[in-house]
Design a binder for this molecule. Structure first.
Ligand code: PRP
Ligand code: MG
Length: 165
């Protein structure tokens, strides 16, 4: 796997704060949501935080699998679709949640199913941004976001090691 130029590690605390900030933004729209759709698997985490904040109890998933590398994304496969009732009215009143949009390919597939749904992600990269209605933080396209559920505590070399410090 090739490594990204820049790394953006996110702790559980920071993710909770950022997901809550996304909930505040969506709450500010003062809309009633028919249901929330989480894009698995990454979207399940912000979905849990946001549905709690917004009082949404009807939670559905759309399950999409992809082979992912930093600069390469394989074919996307829809493993499970949403309940057809949510597709009524082109997804109007549905809040779709994911952890991030990168190339926008995942969001584009779900957008095709529900063109009128509201798409919210915690993080966004420039290519995916046009596909998303609300997000919290934008990072550059050459940044890899490291989510807390993909990380563990490891020893860090001192910054000055090997530099005469
Ligand atoms: O905008 P894109 O380039 O499509 O990338 C964004 C998607 O990639 C990640 O999911 P991934 O497919 O890695 O699967 P996961 O959520 O199961 O980890 C992330 O959770 C988004 O869903
Ligand atoms: Mg995902």
């Amino acid at each position: 796997m090739s490594l990204p130029d820049k790394a953006f590690p996110v702790s559980w605390d920071q993710f909770h704060r950022d997901a809550r900030a996304l909930a505040w933004r969506v709450a500010g729209m003062q809309r009633e949501w028919r249901a929330m759709v989480a894009i698995t698997r990454g979207g399940l985490v912000p979905a849990a935080i946001i549905c709690r904040e917004l009082g949404i109890r009807m939670i559905e998933t759309v399950c999409i699998a992809s082979y992912h590398d930093y600069d390469e994304q394989g074919e996307l496969k829809v493993l499970k679709n949403v309940d057809p009732r949510l597709l009524e009215n082109e997804g109007e009143g549905i809040l779709v949640v994911d952890d991030l949009t990168d190339t926008g390919k995942t969001a584009a597939i779900v957008r095709e199913m529900m063109p009128k749904a509201h798409f919210a992600t915690v993080y966004a990269k420039p290519k995916g941004r046009p596909l998303i209605d609300t997000f919290v933080t934008e990072v550059s396209q050459d940044t890899w976001i490291y989510f807390p559920w993909d990380m563990g505590l490891t020893y860090q070399e001192p910054i000055t090691k090997g530099h005469g410090g």
